[in-house]
Design a protein around this ligand. Structure first.
Ligand code: DC
Length: 247
């Protein structure tokens, strides 16, 4: 084989390697209860990316604070508590889901309870908490192709994400879906209580000083109010295909 024949083979090998090795970040932000987590989970499975639920991390910190009666206004208590918190994820083969572990204990179900939902936004307002979790989120994203969902992924955690999606839906639609989800997990909650919780969380999440929930300038907005679950997944897959050239 001559040199001129070998060069194109090497060149295509390196192009393939580059494309294959490129780590992709898909950032999925939006209001509470608009289906980010379920969508992100399916996207990650289809793309063979890692799914990171950053809301679960704020929920795990909240659970720790609740259990240990941490006063959110006491900086020293908060600082000390954060040193004692270790959050990790483990894939459960049976459920096919990534589950959240707090200091080695599976807390996946506990963190979804209303008492955690009612305190998670005030906890997420604390800059110390955000600093610790954002650092871990960036580490989790390093060297991996990920779908990460949250409130500040496209604006703060990964401002250079390859694709940014901002999901939203009407409040009542979101509340109805969340109530159904809770019911499937065995928890009955009045629709009005879910509406109040989502509304309050949206307000706190969007108005806090540190990393408020807002659409990144370059994010694509998807309103899921009138979309079926499959339609919302397909819309995002189309965008991934269009922007990144995969899926
Ligand atoms: O996605 P979720 O509903 O499980 O998130 C719970 C709360 O965590 C949400 O009300 C705000 C907070 N959160 C945040 O401040 N930043 C993130 N990246 C993810 C969640």
């Amino acid at each position: 084989m001559t040199l001129s024949e070998t060069i194109p083979i090497f060149a295509s090998y390196f192009i393939f390697e580059f494309l294959f090795m490129k780590k992709i970040v898909v950032a999925l932000d939006g209001n509470s209860g608009c289906g980010k987590s379920s969508t992100a989970k399916v996207l990650a499975r289809k793309l063979k990316f890692i799914y990171i639920d950053t809301g679960a991390m704020y929920r795990a910190v909240t659970l720790f604070f609740l259990k240990n009666h941490i006063d959110l206004k006491n900086d020293l208590d908060v600082e000390q508590a954060l040193k004692e918190i270790d959050i990790s994820f483990q894939y459960n083969m049976e459920s096919g889901k990534n589950e959240t572990f707090l200091n080695g204990k599976n807390v996946e179900r506990e963190i979804r309870k209303m008492e955690v939902s009612n305190l998670v936004s005030p906890v997420s307002e604390i800059s110390r908490v955000r600093r610790k979790l954002v650092e871990q989120q960036r580490r989790l994203g390093e060297g991996n192709s990920v779908v990460m969902d949250g409130r500040d992924i496209g604006t703060v955690v990964f401002p250079n994400a390859d694709l940014k999606i901002f999901m939203t839906a009407e409040l009542e639609v979101r509340a109805f879906r969340r109530q159904k989800e809770l019911k499937e997990q065995g928890t009955l909650v009045e629709l009005q209580d879910v509406i109040d919780n989502l509304k309050k969380r949206d307000e706190i999440d969007s108005s806090r000083d540190d990393s408020p929930l807002k659409k990144a300038d370059d994010a694509h907005v998807i309103d899921t109010s009138k979309l079926t679950f499959d339609e919302q997944v397909d819309q995002i897959l189309d965008l991934i295909h269009e922007k990144i050239g995969i899926a």
